[in-house]
Design a protein around this ligand. Structure first.
Ligand SMILES: [Zn+2]
Length: 406
């Protein structure tokens, strides 16, 4: 057995599901890690007695905040090139002018650059992002394919994610997002069959993805089409998830509830009726403040009715070339200032909420006895600084699976 004792934490946020203050704030408590799990949270003297003669490593946390690692439940971080020229052009130009200036834009641009990137480039660039995310507190990351809209590149993205997983300390979940869009030459109907018959069997056979995902919106997939794709995905062992209600409300949320999707992301156009539906389901709403910010969304999501109705919510970065957000702290800061969330709501959504969105909240997302020790130690006098000190990273140390990474 190996033991790590986080001694006398100035603030310890358990973020337990039943925490009345949402974040389970404790002061001057200590936390004992045994191998990869949290063994006990208690007063220092009691823990010391329990350890007895065993050897342990002690980390003084009397001027630190100790909290769960962030769970980023929605990203697209494996891609070819950045779209920096498109982004900076969009700061002063409308979309027509941007297109004229930079040529290939949006998804088409990312598909092109991902297709033309080497395996090494895709793996390396993913690891660079993941490492920075780890440094700012993110210990679990979901990553989608979706920059191929074909067979080869989609499978290549997922296969490379299996390599990425071996090379990073973070826990990585992979999602097959062939339905990010569709092959216009093939036509949508044929492309749906193609995904189901040609791609999904290989995803299953090679164990390439834990989740499947569809973009449900006007101009993308209808709820009916998504149902066909996601239920087929379930037959191939993938848990359904979705992008929906981003630019229209065409039934995505109802489908999410019907098929018991793990999560539904964006939700800018979520109606009150659908909010209630979600609140009475297991589906977690993933909120993406970074995207609403970087695309200057005409209708930013409104978390207040979701929270009032009792919906489970997560905050995610949605890191992608059109929205380069790696930091969960930045996403939380935006959620608070731009969307009116409280710091406690944001913090819970970024930790426990993310874990619920990936259905791993029995293991991570909160600090409780028996759970995996995925912990950030923050060099700060208050947890509130994580939404106050904008773009300041005060994370000092990360413990992942009970191991001090830095
Ligand atoms: Zn997305």
């Amino acid at each position: 057995m190996s033991y790590i004792l986080l001694k006398n934490c100035r603030e310890l946020l358990t973020v337990r599901e039943d925490a009345k203050d949402l974040i389970g704030l404790l002061k001057n408590k200590s936390l004992l890690i045994e191998d990869e799990n949290i063994k006990k949270i208690d007063d220092y003297e009691n823990i010391i007695q329990d350890i007895g003669d065993e050897e342990y490593r002690e980390i003084d946390c009397s001027d630190k905040v100790v909290m769960p690692g962030y769970v980023d439940s929605h990203t697209h971080l494996i891609f070819g090139k950045s779209r920096v020229d498109e982004y900076v052009a969009s700061l002063t130009m409308n979309s027509e002018e941007v297109k004229k200036t930079v040529g290939r834009v949006g998804l088409a641009s990312s598909i092109y650059s991902t297709k033309n990137a080497t395996d090494e480039e895709l793996v390396e660039s993913s690891l660079i992002k993941l490492n920075r995310m780890l440094e700012s507190g993110t210990t679990t990351v979901e990553i989608k394919s979706g920059y191929g809209i074909d067979k080869d590149v989609e499978l290549r993205q997922l296969r490379l994610l299996n390599k990425v997983r071996e090379k990073t300390p973070q826990t990585i979940f992979s999602t097959y997002l062939g339905a990010h869009y569709y092959d216009e030459k093939m036509g949508k109907e044929k492309y749906i069959d193609f995904m189901i018959k040609e791609v999904m069997p290989i995803v299953k056979e090679e164990k390439l993805a834990q989740f499947s995902d569809v973009w449900i919106d006007d101009g993308y997939y209808t709820a009916k089409e998504a149902e066909k794709i996601l239920t087929a995905g379930m037959d191939f062992g993938m848990v359904p998830s979705m992008h929906t209600e981003c630019y229209s409300a065409i039934g995505g949320v109802k489908l999410a509830v019907e098929i018991d999707a793990a999560n539904a992301g964006h939700l800018n156009y979520l109606t009150l009726d659908d909010t209630k539906l979600l609140a009475n389901s297991n589906v977690v709403g993933i909120l993406i403040p970074g995207t609403d910010f970087s695309v200057k969304h005409p209708r930013p999501f409104n978390p207040r009715p979701m929270i009032e109705e009792g919906m489970k919510i997560a905050i995610a970065t949605n890191l992608n070339p059109g929205n380069w957000v790696e930091s969960m702290q930045f996403a939380m800061a935006l959620a608070c200032r731009n969307h009116g969330m409280t710091e406690k709501e944001a913090l819970r959504a970024a930790t426990l909420g993310g874990a619920q969105a990936l259905r791993i909240d029995d293991k991570v997302g909160s600090l409780e006895e028996g759970k995996i020790a995925d912990i950030q130690i923050v060099n700060s006098d208050s947890y509130k600084n994580c939404v106050y000190k904008l773009a300041v990273n005060e994370v000092e140390s990360i413990i992942k699976n009970g191991e001090v990474i830095f």
